[in-house]
Design a protein around this ligand. Sequence first.
Ligand code: PLP
Length: 432
Amino acid sequence: MQELKDIDIQGHLTIGGVDTTYLAKKYETPLFVYDVEKIRENARAFVDTFARLGVNAQVAYASKAFSSIAMLQVAKQENLSLDVVSQGELYTALQADFPTEKIHMHGNNKSVAELEMAVKHDIGCIVIDNFHEIDLLKEILANYQSEMDVLIRVTPGIEAHTHDYILTGNEDSKFGFDLANGQAEEAFRKLQEIDSMHVKGLHCHIGSQIFETDGFVMAVRRLFDSLASWKKNYDYTPEVLNLGGGFGIRYTDEDEPLQLDGYVNALVDEIKQQVVKHDMDFPEIWIEPGRAIVGNTAITLYTVGSKKQIPGVRDYIAVDGGMTDNIRPALYQAKYDAILANKANVPASTTASVAGKCCESGDMLLWDVPLANAEPGDLLAVFSTGAYGYSMSSNYNRFPKAAVVFIENKQDKLVIQRETYQEVSKNDLSYE
Ligand code: PLP
């Protein structure tokens, strides 16, 4: 059962205590609605668990999951750090007045402009991804007569997805330096010779939507195997270990994620064992949850339009959004739960597939889900759309981007306006 499935006496779905039919009328659809109390609850589950365990930590919200000024202001209020992967995400963080010393920058092809922006604003840390970046950053730091803390992003040879994790010798990934083939150590040696860059430690990110702790534990072991030899060879021990994000959430009843503190406990337990084994100081631990902070905190509301029944094949209902506000089903067959928000008490009596309105057969939001009988004008709510929904949205077919509303203390507040057609074509120049 979905965590945000609350129903009022009129049989309407509510979110954060507010009637979704009221929200749809006020702001129109498609509409993302976030329950801010739930965002804070998720953030605190991570932060408080580290505090309870007495471990120095930074919980860096991976803003790629959903970046907006309001969201980053909430992250700031919850004492999170921030992971950005582009100038645009960094720009949004600055607009939200996010403390720059708590911003970490990622990216497998950081541009000069991105690195310069990071240096100019003296952000907390750059996660070094490749040799080219070392050269670029060295030059930029020299030009700006500045210094930077860095982590080395390594690929530990573990790829984790939901219940599966795969151990590999050399990892075929566009990100980071391979531990097994010695490239990570080569990067470390190179960085040690550059006075303006301080190697705070290592970073790894093993995958997404992970439901078990084994992959994280394996990754920690592999990091420590390398660190043990770096200690011996270079007398180096890391101040920081960043274990990335990837903590899974429930999209449908098939998903059984751990409680968020379960991941933290497992990571801390394993690191405790490894530092004893290798006689090292306990490092500060950083993690980068994106989906686990915002994924289950939002719903998307759509208005039902046309229907198409193909006897013996499938019943389609079409809504006023689709792949432009949620590309995940089309991109990687992601599954979601949905109900008719204005008929939330009516038991599901049909099996329907929900199509988007883009001119693209693959523009489907849900396949063969149980739903009450939908009529044009009904309101469809899709659950757990808080991560990688709005942030991946596009203007395909020149659809304007949806609006985003935050709910807190039973109050609704518009935090991203619906795009207008003028805005959709604002960069077009005439050719006449
Ligand atoms: N950190 C890094 C380096 C990532 O690449 C990602 C996602 O791609 C994340 C953190 C956030 O992952 P998630 O949203 O699954 O927690």
